[in-house]
Ligand binder design. Sequence first.
Ligand SMILES: [Zn+2]
Length: 128
Amino acid sequence: MSGFYRKKPVVIEAAQWFKNGDHPRDFASERDGFENDELRTWTGDEARALGWEGEIVRYFRDPDVPGDRECEHCKAHMHWHGWTDTPEGGHIVCPGDWIITGVKGEIYPCKPDIFEATYEPAEESADA
Ligand SMILES: [Zn+2]
């Protein structure tokens, strides 16, 4: 088979990320941790109120990259960046990047200019 093909339109979920906690599922689940040497569970809302790290977009941490270094892409300090797991591995998130949840639940960041050129608002997918 050969010829010309066009991608079928797919509906994805996306959220623009600017700072820790911006992703709608960052505090969607309970967290276990120690308080006064005792294991307890915090709700997502408690974790958010305590300013904990988001679950989908975590803090950017790299021992070899100083937090006050300017990002080569967005010029913001690295300290203000996030980090998310994609099918290809961990990926940095610049403030303003869109976080896309793909059809199989996979997460990947997308630069705002690419996002605007590629996506437009849609109705929720019928089979979602
Ligand atoms: Zn950046």
